[in-house]
Design a protein around this ligand. Structure first.
Ligand SMILES: C[S@@+](CC[C@H](N)C(=O)[O-])C[C@H]1O[C@@H](n2cnc3c(N)ncnc32)[C@H](O)[C@@H]1O
Length: 280
């Protein structure tokens, strides 16, 4: 093989296979894959071919067509789940401030975390709530994601210790347990945090969402970037009415929606509030 030749791939993978995969992903999960993701798609789906003992991507596409249960693995393989505790920390200050401002006897707060990935985001929301309102805060966090594999990790609430190295020793001590024995090198989120969070699978593209609005805050961060503009606009039209009057919609650092929807207005850094007359 000359230095300029493409390396031979383990599995046959044609441009049309890539096109079919990205069409399917868009239909099922709303995720738009750029042309530049051709190699990424290869490496992620190649793992499924190995597991299933298939010889080519076209065999895999036939298999996917014939086996509905493979769709979940297909989606899990292609989602990007990057997240961190207290990622974009200012949003957790906003949350704490909102809770303190609106706390009143008998008042309960409902929060939705709409792309929770492996759980760091909803657990950070729970920690912010505990810090703002004290023990047993009247807060319920519904954390959802399309990806069943990350949800299982999230529910386990156990993380390699490197994942919490940025959060500070006080938080680490108060909200995490250090693993010992076979769990050495790991931390577990304490029960008082975990009990505020409930996880379930939810595809934002699904026609119905099993949710119980109204929500005081919706954290929907770093997922809309994978959707095209019409999909973003449709989702915002469905999410905004789920907010309580004065409720906040929290977006990711590179997501901007003032031009996408008139139902919300920017009130802080990637923080939106229901525009007057738009709430349910
Ligand atoms: C990059 S992560 C963002 C995680 C977290 N919100 C944060 O900002 O750190 C994007 C998440 O969106 C989820 N996702 C992608 N498409 C989705 C869809 N159609 N419905 C629900 N979740 C989806 C992925 O599974 C992934 O866990």
């Amino acid at each position: 093989m000359s230095a300029h030749q493409e390396p031979r791939r383990e599995f046959e993978y044609r441009r049309t296979d890539f096109e079919a995969i990205r069409r399917k992903l868009y239909q099922c999960a709303g995720i738009s894959m750029a042309d530049s993701k051709q190699q990424l798609v290869y490496s992620r789906i190649a793992r499924r071919l190995r597991v299933l003992g298939l010889a080519s991507f076209s065999d895999y596409l036939d298999f996917l067509q014939q086996h509905d249960e493979e769709l979940e693995q297909f989606i899990n393989a292609l989602t990007t789940n990057l997240t961190a505790f207290f990622r974009e920390a200012h949003h957790f200050d906003t949350l704490a401030q909102y809770l303190r401002q609106h706390a009143a006897p008998g008042r309960r707060f409902q929060l939705w975390c709409a792309a929770a990935s492996t759980g760091e985001e909803p657990y950070s929301m729970a920690i912010a709530a505990l810090e703002a309102l004290g023990d047993n805060p009247p807060v319920s966090i519904h954390a959802t994601d399309i990806d069943s594999r990350v949800l299982a990790q999230a529910a386990g609430a156990s993380y390699p210790i490197e994942r919490v190295k940025e959060i500070g020793s006080q938080r680490l001590k108060r909200f995490f347990l250090k693993g010992t024995g076979k769990n050495a090198g790991r931390v577990k989120v304490r029960r008082e945090v975990r009990q505020l969070v409930r996880f379930s699978q939810l595809n934002l593209l699904a026609p119905g969402w099993p949710l119980e609005p109204p929500y005081d805050l919706i954290f929907c961060r770093n997922v809309m970037i994978y959707f095209d503009k019409p999909t973003q606009a449709r989702l915002l039209d469905r999410m905004v009415p789920l907010l309580a009057p004065g409720g906040l919609y929290i977006a990711g650092h590179s997501e901007s929606f003032s031009h996408v929807s008139k139902r919300i207005r920017l009130v802080g850094k990637t923080t939106y509030q229901v525009a007057d007359g738009s709430a349910a």
